[in-house]
Design a protein around this ligand. Structure first.
Ligand SMILES: NC(=O)c1ccc[n+]([C@@H]2O[C@H](COP(=O)([O-])OP(=O)(O)OC[C@H]3O[C@@H](n4cnc5c(N)ncnc54)[C@H](OP(=O)(O)O)[C@@H]3O)[C@@H](O)[C@H]2O)c1
Length: 243
């Protein structure tokens, strides 16, 4: 790994889709900042396997932790070329019985994503005059989903952030996109009861859940080879929704 290697920060990279994105970007030659909040063992094991990678810890709901993360990133890598906003959380349930705390928990991660993105643009990408920002959203932000009123609001909001930011950055070589996965086989979806899992599979023309690597492929393409895709939502969902 040479000192000129481009640097990618993937949030929530200790697990699931984030870990697959970190591996895919390392395969593309990026030095990867493997961010985690609580999955320290997994994140450190992953970083050890990827050339030049290092870990960064932060709860992104806390602005001062985001600030500290970016100071550490600057010290360790000196630059940032790609930001993958993958960290996310959900609270599911019928809207009528959900609590304000449920709303706040999901919204806090969205606020953290907005704050991290804002700081990354100002601190790195505007100065470097280059960058790629990719946010992992969800098909359900477009289709809606029973029991996911808050999660769907937040994911739809992130797609809107992508579009607004691409317009704000017009004329600068910073591309901003979303990748909206359908149902992907991760720990999150492993916990689904069989009946709900079958109901989901029935709606997917390809008849199976996606793999984290299939989402990561789209992220790696947007981070590298895509040159005329900006302010877009790339759907990766086995045909269940085309946008
Ligand atoms: N699996 C699916 O079917 C699916 C479909 C569509 C979209 N998505 C989206 O894809 C992304 C990854 O999901 P996943 O399926 O891979 O689930 P996951 O393994 O639960 O990943 C969520 C990640 O977010 C991180 N995170 C949560 N709250 C955080 C906070 N306050 N500060 C910092 N990091 C935080 C977690 O970090 P720690 O573990 O270190 O705490 C974890 O690594 C999420 O945005 C999710 O909404 C998933």
């Amino acid at each position: 790994m040479n000192d000129e290697a481009k640097v990618a920060l993937v949030t929530g990279a200790g697990t699931g889709i984030g870990a697959a994105c970190a591996r895919a970007l390392a395969d593309e030659g990026f030095r990867v900042a493997v961010h985690y909040r609580s999955s320290d063992v997994k994140a450190k094991e992953l970083a050890e396997k990827l050339p030049g990678a290092f870990t960064l810890q932060a709860d992104i709901t806390e602005p001062e932790e985001v600030d500290a993360l970016l100071v550490e990133l600057k010290e360790k890598a000196g630059r940032l070329d790609v930001l993958v906003n993958n960290a996310g959380t959900n609270r599911n349930g019928p809207m009528a019985s959900m609590k304000i705390d449920d709303y706040d928990a999901v919204a806090a991660v969205t606020r953290g994503t907005w704050y991290l993105t804002k700081r990354v643009i100002r601190r790195f990408m505007l100065r470097q005059k280059s960058g790629r920002i990719i946010s992992i959203t969800s098909v359900v932000g477009h289709t809606g989903n029973r029991g996911q009123s808050v999660y769907t609001m937040m994911k739809a909001g992130l797609d809107a952030m992508t579009k607004s930011l691409a317009q704000e950055l017009a004329g600068r070589p910073i591309l901003v996109n979303s990748v909206a996965p359908g149902f992907i086989a991760t720990e999150m979806t492993e916990e689904l009861p069989d009946e709900i899992r079958q109901g989901i599979l029935d709606k997917i023309p390809q008849g199976r859940m996606g793999e984290p690597e299939e989402v990561a492929d789209a992220v790696a393409w947007l981070a590298t080879r895509a040159s005329y895709v900006n302010g877009s939502v790339l759907h990766v969902n086995g045909g269940m929704y085309g946008g």
